[in-house]
Design a binder for this molecule. Structure first.
Ligand code: AKB
Length: 313
């Protein structure tokens, strides 16, 4: 049977880049992009989908004979703290609907995006091991930690092929960030290219794991295309690429824009950053399915600025 792919949250930061990439690999007709909002620039098959409604998800799976689901819809860490109960409800309900609809309708494979937000203050800060126990501090992190356990449960109990990555902060030029704690880094590039100073909501020493969008999307597709027997972790894989703090990012940008300035005004997001690792250990992903990042801070900065220069010209 030919693959038919459903993406939820297809207009989000990662979802929209992933949709374009999957359309390129599998063909535009093989991809059904869904979201609760429509983007005028979208090209391809789009359907409105409120993933909190089980019948709507099941309807789309049946109508299009869906074989793979990438469930990208979620409320991120900083926005989540503004509305904890709604975030728990949206993030968990949508994923449980996806899992159950996938199981009942013979979907082959499901992708669940987890996050470094699953770790809490108890975890070692550097090279945090994948299997360290999870005590998240945000409702977003709690929803991702519980999602990982549900993924594992559906795999062990029903044999549903659910795969998951713990993303670091994702930085890309294609889309605007949507309410995360690591989003300062994306914002900083935009301000630098526009020739403006940037007021950062984290302090200059807040070091966090980050990844360039190209690497994040490639990791996602490589994981989903890996042979099932190579996937040994059914909760979620750590993937690492680079780690830096705002001062190091400023320095990297200043190599291209020497006058770029960052002003530091930490707010509630600093507490979230303080509870997350500085760097994570991704040796399991490297060992099991060959994960390897391509971009470091310097290479990412060069590429981001090249693309944003075109955008703002
Ligand atoms: C966020 O900052 O909330 C996200 C994440 C690290 O999951 N980018």
């Amino acid at each position: 049977m030919k693959d038919k792919i459903l993406i939820t949250g297809a207009n989000g930061q990662l979802g929209s880049v992933l949709t374009t990439k999957l359309q390129g690999i599998y063909g535009t007709d093989a991809v059904i992009a869904t979201d609760i909002k429509f983007s005028a620039s979208f090209k391809g098959n789009f359907e409105f989908l409120d993933a909190t409604d089980f019948n709507s998800i099941e309807g789309i799976i049946k109508e299009h004979n869906i074989t793979q689901i990438y469930h990208m819809a979620a409320i991120l860490s900083a926005n989540g703290e503004q509305q904890p109960l709604r975030t728990w409800d949206i993030n968990n309900k949508t994923f449980l609907n996806v899992l159950e609809a996938a199981r009942l309708n013979g979907v082959d494979r499901v992708f669940f995006p987890s996050s470094i937000a699953v770790y809490g203050e108890n975890a070692p800060k550097d090279e945090t091991p994948q299997d360290f126990f999870l005590v998240p501090t945000t409702v977003y992190g709690m929803s991702k930690a519980s999602g990982e356990h549900w993924a594992n449960y559906y795999f062990s109990r029903y044999g549903l092929d659910v795969r998951s990555l713990r993303y670091p902060g994702v930085i890309g030029h294609q889309t605007s960030p949507g309410g995360g704690t690591t989003d300062y880094a994306v914002d900083a590039y935009h301000y630098a290219v526009k020739g403006e100073d940037y007021t950062c909501f984290l302090n200059e020493t807040a070091s966090l794991p980050m990844i360039y969008m190209d690497d994040a999307i490639r990791a996602t597709i490589e994981l989903m295309e890996a042979q099932p027997e190579t996937i040994k972790t059914r909760t979620s894989y750590n993937i690492a690429s680079m780690s830096f703090n705002p001062a190091e990012l400023q320095q990297a940008i200043c190599e291209i824009f020497p006058n770029f300035k960052m002003i530091y005004k930490p707010d509630f997001r600093q507490n979230i950053a303080d509870s997350w690792p500085n760097s994570i250990d991704d040796s399991e992903a490297r060992k099991d399915w060959g994960w390897q990042p391509n971009y470091d801070l310097k290479a990412m900065t060069k590429d981001m600025i090249k693309h944003l220069n075109k955008k703002y010209k």
